[in-house]
Design a protein around this ligand. Structure first.
Ligand code: C5P
Length: 216
């Protein structure tokens, strides 16, 4: 049987990570959060005093990235995400990270990868592509609630909403690998869905694709 490669893309704070992790567990597949790669590169650029707006210097850091560098819980934070989206606009940085992502996706059983360009650039032949969205307002609300649940007091919905929109614009507006659904992606709008309902909808998509392909 063909490897089951599942590409899950979408904007910041759409719930891709949680969804992708659950889908990976359900189909017993390895999971790669590709945002972590960009976050780790951003972090090392900062630590090394490298100019994040210099594409070649940033790409040198990206080429030196080690998987062990991904094992850092502070990478999930907001600052790392902002820096990640700033260095992710550079084509040479993106190219430096392609081989690792494709290598991960080429495992014999398949894999689940989440990011911005998995269905369009990294795995254009993925068997299943899901593009997860939610309105900017819903995503900002979820992000705000999450931060408050983690004990943060200085969170303000209005500021988070502005940040979510700014990140959307940067990720969608860039020249290289902009955030956009692949032509053959299944759109999953989670604005009205909680995580369980979103997970069921994603599994429905996977099961339908599998059933249709098995029938041929
Ligand atoms: O998904 P996450 O919020 O961790 O990603 C951080 C940033 O990394 C994104 O805003 C985006 O600019 C960049 N990114 C990307 N391509 C990916 C994954 C992340 O450009 N496949």
């Amino acid at each position: 049987t063909r490897p089951l490669t599942i590409a899950i893309d979408g904007p910041a704070a759409a719930g891709k990570g949680t969804l992708a992790k659950r889908v990976a567990a359900r189909y017993r597949l390895p999971y790669l959060d590709t945002g972590l790669l960009y976050r780790a590169v951003g972090r090392q650029i900062l630590a090394g005093g490298v100019d994040p707006d210099d594409p070649q210097a940033a790409a040198r850091v990206a080429r030196g990235l080690d998987v062990a560098d991904l094992d850092d819980p502070t990478l999930r934070g907001h600052e790392a995400g902002e820096l990640a989206s700033r260095i992710a606009v550079h084509a040479p940085v993106r190219e430096a990270l392609v081989a690792f992502q494709r290598g991960f996706a080429a495992r014999p059983e398949g894999a689940v990868l989440d990011g911005r360009d998995i269905g369009t650039v990294i795995c254009p032949h993925a068997r299943v592509k899901i593009f997860v969205t939610a309105s900017a307002e819903v995503r900002a609300r979820r992000r705000t609630d999450e931060l408050v649940a983690h004990g943060r007091r200085d969170v303000e919905y209005g500021r988070i909403l502005a940040e979510v929109k700014a990140r959307d614009e940067r990720d969608s507006g860039r020249d290289v690998a902009p955030l956009k659904p692949a032509d053959d992606a299944h759109l999953l709008d989670t604005s009205q869905l909680d995580i369980d309902a979103a997970f069921r909808a994603a599994c429905d998509v996977v099961d339908r694709v599998l059933a249709a392909q098995d029938g041929h």
